[in-house]
Design a protein around this ligand. Sequence first.
Ligand code: GLA
Length: 394
Amino acid sequence: MKKLFLLVAGIFLFAGISAQKFEHVAPTPPMGWNSWNKYACNVSETLIMGMADAMVSSGMKDAGYQYIVIDDCWQVARDENGEIVVDKDRFPHGMKFLADYIHSKGLKFGIYSCAGKFTCQGRPGGLGHEYQDARTYARWGVDYLKYDWCNTSTQDAKSSYTNMRDALYTAGRPIVFSICEWGSHKPWEWAGDVGNLWRTTGDISDSWNSMIHIFSLQKDLARYAGPERWNDPDMLEVGNGGMTNEEYKTHFSLWCMLAAPLMAGNDLGNMAPEINSILTNKEIIAIDQDTLGRQGVCFRDNGDYQIWIKPLAGDDKAICLLNQGDEKKTVLVDFDLLAKSKNSRWGFYPDKKLSLNDFKIRDLWEHKDVTLKDPSTYIELDPHTVKVYRLIKK
Ligand code: GLA
């Protein structure tokens, strides 16, 4: 009997140790910078150190951005012991050096690998080396791992990602685990206990059509998001040149309404002031980073014109009016109805106890409080633009 008890206790202890969950690594959507959208395989130590410097000097760190993530192409081979080999020409001092540098700036360090035998750019992937790589990443001081899905053949997504998660838990260094299987196996249904964020679609590109298409695919996913588990509609293209500044404002606003991870993907060292002020708009970022951790929901879908609502902590709410059409629109907005609308993860219901008088209205791009003459007001929306308001509970 005693032996059986010890055996059972031992099993529990082992399970507890080997699958030590990381708490509080992503209570709000992760914010940072990733090399892929602008630099693709053109990564190097100089580039990454420069980005860390610029993240601080540009005010991005102050605005809440934390992670500097090297995407694909930092790795070239495995050595005779199966250890991953860093490209020495591009990263002459190795990854520990880079991690230390990034940490010395008060930032966090992220890296990329893949669940398959090879990454999407044909570099060595993690398959069969999960525990070894997780130990290496912990030794280097990695704080964030993006794990891709190329060259996975018949692998099962959930078990592949769970295997890497367990390897990270076993290595013991708290790491944000970013699942990148492009929504192929509905990760929102199983990844909540596996990773902290999961891509919901294929890759974004730097165009209005790509961005707005990806946005349209997020509509039914709000119920799956929450603290430590976020839908990821892919990284930001803000500042990469393929959209107008107004379109980038829309892109950024929509991602914040979705409680999306905010991974900038532009050259932080050479940002136009207009781009800087989009990426560091603290009032909009506060919508994304709200501690309630709820993803926004579409309240009205009139085709090109949509209204989105995101509930916030303390009974505040964010309202986003979107004109995704190519023509200017004048819309009649009933702010009293919006004030009364409460949303659960599944839909909206009217709260008759509330009225517009219970709220102050703040325009988050104008940075101004709004006083309405009439609760129903005509508002003009240029093509491809948004208005974002915060209804602040008095
Ligand atoms: C995939 C991912 C991208 C990027 C590239 C790198 O396409 O979805 O975000 O990481 O691989 O090769």
